[in-house]
Write a protein that binds this ligand. Sequence first.
Ligand code: AMP
Ligand code: MG
Length: 413
Amino acid sequence: MTKPPMLTAQQALDHLLSHATPVSECEEVAMQAALGRVLAQDVSCLVDVPPLDNTSMDGYAVRAADTKIPGNILKVAQRIPAGSVGTTLEPGTVARIFTGAPIPPGADAVVMQEDCAIPEGLTDQVQVNIAPVLGQWIRRRGEDLTAGKTALIAGTFLRPQELGVAASAGLTHLNVKRRVKVAAFFTGDELSLPGEPLKPGGIYNSNRDTLLACLKSLGCDATDYGIIPDSLSATRETLRKASKNHDLIITSGGVSVGEEDHIKPAVTAEGRLDLWQIAIKPGKPLAFGTVRKSDEPKDGEAWFIGLPGNPVSSFVTFLLFVRPFILKLQGRDTSSPQSYLMRADFDWPKADRRNEFLRVKINTQGGLDLFPNQSSGVLTSASWGDGLVDCPPGQAFKAGDLVKYIPFNALLA
Ligand code: AMP
Ligand code: MG
């Protein structure tokens, strides 16, 4: 039996990304429905934000020239709450003004109310106790966004703050990419769903909940095809069904080349498959290929990525390979996830030939602690951890050394 080629993580990723092409269909959705979607076209501002110069403090709008000497008493000639507009500020007068209200013409600074005093018995006068700097506490028209300019660019993954930016720019709807459709199934005769009795020699299917939730956090439309027994015909049949309405099929388990591993022959029979050994730990075997949607070539193919069965391996390989593949299908930036150089507060003396991804947690001293059991079957390491240390092949390190840390947060959106 020929051994599959051994690739570095980067080689495997480059290969995957060179095949993926972004989905082209888009749809217009109301702002709240756009959360977790990907913007299909640039958003142009309908208005300046803020639309007018306005005050960022409760206080008094003044002419700075009138308040050069601290302690000056000036007439309060008008009152401008948020949502109303004042009149020109005559020299020697000030305007009582409240946060968000427009600066009246003629005013060039705001003095906050804490720096002013009402002279005894003179309710229409104010004593200004500081000499304000020109422009103080004034938010300028257009300082956030400018009418006609781009507020958000195509390919942006829409988080709550992007929806707010689009709303402040005056939009009610956004043009987003259609969701990437992903089918998932989980191979293994030993698997049961939680809630069902465990079979003798069985375990619960944890990959289902981990991987479906990963897909959801990336904004995919995920379909669960359930637990599939270790049989060639059942695997082929599920691949055929899943290929019809999906862009991508992901599976867990059965990607080795043992007698009970049916992914390779099943995908090969239904399409095309490359089986790789990737020099990473956890998660060595990974399968990549396509499955025909029908016997008609014009109907095209669905992508296929087969992940290893061990729960940490399937989670980590999803984050390292499936996530960027999906980002590319979504038309998003696929550059490396955000990483930080951080201090390891543990020794890692056992350099491995493979690129290791260690489950770690940030401690209160600003360093990283290691989960003691780094086995690929111990999923609590990932739930205890805040992220991964990306440890290059052959590298050992000592406590105090700086290491490359990738937070899970950066990998789950
Ligand atoms: P495999 O990749 O199919 O050889 O499986 C490797 C290991 O992962 C075995 O110990 C399996 O029992 C376990 N495993 C496979 N699939 C799952 C799953 N969906 N949930 C939990 N463990 C799994
Ligand atoms: Mg198996």
